[in-house]
Design a protein around this ligand. Sequence first.
Ligand SMILES: N[C@@H](CCC(=O)N[C@@H](CS)C(=O)NCC(=O)O)C(=O)O
Length: 206
Amino acid sequence: MKLYDENMPAPNPRRVRMFLAEKGLTVPTVRVQLGKGEHKSPSHIARNALGQVPVLELDDGSTLSESVSICRYIEALHPEPPLFGRTPKEIGTIDMWIRRVEMQVMVPLGAVWVNCHPATEAYMKAMGVKRFPDYGEQNRARAFNRLEWLDSQMEGDFIAGDFSAADIVALSIVDFGAFIDIPIPPGARRLRAWHERVSKRRSAKA
Ligand SMILES: N[C@@H](CCC(=O)N[C@@H](CS)C(=O)NCC(=O)O)C(=O)O
């Protein structure tokens, strides 16, 4: 196996690195530098038609994309420790929270990133994609609101019961939010405590 990867602050490849670290696995990695447009090169498009990272190349030469799908593949090969749940209820609950953090929190953060963050201005222009700064700003407010909502939903130490893939996905998103100046809101005490707890894990450095 080989992981086509990119360094922080890219949130999606980080999920796979963290997942592998939690499983105690290492795989060779190849850096695909987004800043240099390497993800849109013909060789990378051949790996992932969307021209994104992460991509996992399997030993038979075929490829898998989508960070959560790659993690599921790894879990199927290496079930211990289970990070997508063991019982039907755990499996459903973890899946629900992965979808919620991606759709409720990551979607507005992504809209800020591509529409009004200075770091993507030149890139979007080079890609020929028009930016809508007002839309981006609306999503900034939405992202703060969704982080507050996530805080209101926190019941225990982790997002979905025991530590799971939902925490890995959420950490990648919350840290990306901080990188684009959308930090955990001041009143979100439970989310902040969760963030401190999860950030202390060795895998968070992966
Ligand atoms: N849903 C995908 C998203 C992948 C994604 O957006 N990756 C970013 C890096 S964090 C990327 O490659 N962006 C470049 C682009 O979309 O052109 C996943 O979970 O892997």
